[in-house]
Ligand binder design. Structure first.
Ligand code: HEC
Length: 289
């Protein structure tokens, strides 16, 4: 096999291995980053929902205490406040949503849908679970959800969610007596679920991946061309010439062209040695003649 082929074969093999390893690693890192970014968006939304809940129970509800005696105001309910404020965000960004999904909700809009029921069930089956994330397909593209359990850890919740008899009449007038009752202390009754779109960060990750791999491919290509050109100009071409001249000299053609390469590299050293050998040969031939 020719030297150039051997060189190229080894280079290509190294490049192919490097390419494959880089591709795997880059893709994993980029996708992990994209996911981490989306999860941090979701966490931030979850924190915002918690803030809206706290604000409502600590600051809004006390202000409404008097009005609540005669009329039930959903605005005093933390769950309502968080859901409503995120509905506004949802209108502007339909891919983002927040829901307090319950198996048996007071407000029917909070009822779990199929996949949310699975999430709630997981929290019910594993009391130690504090948070769940997962991906699912939606008509608008892939979406990531972050979920936290809603556990009844405060006896005061039961004032409105245990039995219709215990609940304020004003509340029953608004919500009826059929839903949102029968919750028990310690029970996981639902889950806060934040959904954020995955498509944009995933597309950005794909784009970065294409750029990195394209850049790497182009660099490989240029290195391959440069190595081939240098190898040809500095090694192969002088070697072909020297072997042509050696052929001619060995066939007794003393008029063969001179081979003279200036410099200090190995080929120049070889050319000098060759010329010395040629001169000795010519002298020896002259002596014989
Ligand atoms: C004063 C009555 C009252 C109390 C006390 C109360 N809730 Fe509610 N809760 C409601 C009402 C009314 C709704 C429905 C609000 C709406 O229309 O979105 C609701 C909704 C919810 C929801 C959303 C699911 C659903 O049922 O629609 C969750 C979760 C929830 N409450 C949890 C709790 C927890 C946990 C506590 C105790 C810390 C609590 N609630 C205390 C009245 C109450």
């Amino acid at each position: 096999m020719k030297l150039l082929y051997k060189f190229n074969l080894v280079l290509l093999l190294i490049f192919a291995l490097g390419w494959f390893a880089t591709a795997q690693l880059t893709r994993r890192v980029l996708q992990d980053n994209a996911k981490r970014e989306v999860v941090s968006h979701a966490s931030l939304m979850m924190e915002a929902a918690m803030a809206a809940r706290d604000y409502t129970s600590n600051e809004v509800k006390p202000l409404l205490a008097k009005a609540l005696q005669t009329q039930f105001l959903p605005q005093s309910v933390p769950s309502y406040a968080a859901t409503q404020s995120f509905n506004k965000l949802h209108q502007a960004h339909p891919d983002y949503s927040y829901k307090e999904a319950a198996l048996n909700p007071t407000n029917p809009r909070d009822r779990v849908v199929d996949w949310e029921a699975d999430v709630v069930q997981q929290f019910r089956d594993h009391a130690e679970l504090k948070e769940l994330t997962g991906e699912r397909q939606t008509p608008a593209g892939p979406s990531l959800y972050l979920a936290r359990p809603i556990r009844i850890s405060d006896g005061r919740c039961l004032a409105c969610h245990s039995t219709p008899a215990a609940a304020p009449a004003t509340m029953k007038a608004l919500y009826g007596s059929n839903n949102g009752f029968g919750w028990k202390l310690g029970e996981t009754i639902g889950s806060q679920i934040v959904s954020v779109p995955l498509a944009v960060p995933q597309r950005e990750a794909e784009h970065a991946y294409a750029l990195i791999m394209g850049g790497m491919g182009a660099t490989f290509g240029v290195i391959l061309l440069a190595v081939n050109a240098l190898f040809y100009l500095l090694v192969l071409r002088p070697m072909n010439r020297i072997s042509r001249i050696a052929d001619a000299v060995s066939a007794g053609r003393l008029d063969a062209e001179h081979f003279d390469i200036k410099g200090k590299d190995e080929i120049a050293v070889l050319s000098k040695a060759f010329n010395r050998m040629r001169r000795s040969l010519e002298k020896a031939m002259a002596l014989l003649a």
